[in-house]
Ligand binder design. Structure first.
Ligand code: SAM
Length: 307
């Protein structure tokens, strides 16, 4: 059981710190999707570590790590279309973060809700990069166990920051060595809709406060006013039925802040895309369909301009 001080002084008390319970399990869902993507003949993103997380967790003993292990293959809403969605998201954010460090010059990367993201191990980082990984302790401990077992070596300095993002996490990041005087790149991939609205506002305000000009941030939001609008969609129902993850129960259902708008008000430039924009760009990935749980998903790319 973890206890911490929440962003508004509310105590965060949560027994679901592990990767195999509550929202932690969603990190394994994304890892399984990346494993499947990795072995597609037309892969968008390769993550050779992803399948090892799935194989190491008893909670997903019967999950596939190759599309041929799925009886209905790509027609399966979860392991076909939804997994491809995660593959596309991985690729797009890989491209964003690499562009930001190589052409933008930032050398600090912060993965918010890092889960089983292995970018520190996979990507070609320029010399001097440090990757901070923020997630809850149980999730990061599982990740280390698996990666240590593989003798995996990161390609950048990697600093785990075990902290709950519903608490005030700034001190933990500072203690880990983050330098607000240097430009930074931030990713919140598949995270914000699990956080209470005030924790999202705190996160955006904090990223702005800790980002000097030249910094960049990418994050994902869901625009629908009522998340239950798509409760009967094939993505949600198949995820619940096949692997017991009820995403709508894990999402925070509070009224969302306008984080992209808030960043613009703070002087950042933003561009907002649907995932389908990138499907068309890459020539593969999910396209819109009726009763689509992805219809409201937007990927926001933000830059804090230099004077
Ligand atoms: N960003 C990773 C990726 O795309 O592979 C993980 C995405 S997973 C869907 C969501 C992650 O957010 C999980 O690893 C979960 O533990 C983390 N998370 C959710 N709520 C959190 C919180 N309050 N504090 C820290 N991490 C949190």
């Amino acid at each position: 059981m973890k206890e911490a001080r929440g962003v508004e002084g509310v105590e965060v008390v949560d027994g679901m710190d592990s990767v195999e319970g509550g929202v932690g399990l969603t990190a394994l869902l994304v890892a399984a999707a990346r494993a499947i993507e990795t072995h597609r003949h037309d892969t968008l993103a390769r993550d050779v570590y992803a399948e090892h997380f799935v194989l190491a967790a008893p909670a997903c003993a019967d999950w596939p790590v190759r599309i041929h292990q799925v009886p209905d293959g790509d027609a399966n809403p979860l392991w076909g279309r939804f997994a491809r969605y995660f593959g596309l998201r991985t690729r797009v954010l890989d491209d964003f973060v690499l562009r930001s460090v190589h052409t933008g010059g930032a050398r600090q990367v912060v993965l918010l809700g890092a889960g089983l993201d292995t970018r520190a191990y996979r990507l070609a980082w320029p010399p001097g990069c440090v990757v901070f990984e923020i997630d809850r302790e149980g999730v990061l401990a599982f990740k280390h166990r698996v990666l240590d077992g593989l003798s995996a070596a990161p390609k950048a300095a990697r600093v785990p920051v075990p902290v709950d993002l519903r608490a005030d996490w700034v001190g933990a990041l500072a203690d880990a060595g983050f330098d607000p005087a240097a430009p930074s790149v931030w990713l919140a991939e598949g995270l914000l809709f699990y956080l209470p609205p005030d924790a999202e506002t705190f996160l955006i305000d904090t990223v702005d406060r800790l980002s000097r000009p030249g910094s960049a941030l990418a994050f994902e939001v869901k625009l629908e006013k009522d998340l239950l609008e798509y409760r009967d969609s094939p993505l949600y129902t198949s995820t619940a039925r096949q692997i017991g993850i009820d995403l709508l129960r894990l999402f925070d259902r509070g009224t969302r802040p306008d984080s992209a708008g808030d960043l613009v008000a703070k002087g950042w430039s933003t561009s907002i895309h649907t995932p389908f924009d990138f499907t068309r760009h890459h020539g593969r990935g999910p396209l819109p369909e009726p009763n689509d749980a992805l219809a409201g998903n937007r990927w926001v790319f933000a830059n804090k301009p230099r004077p």
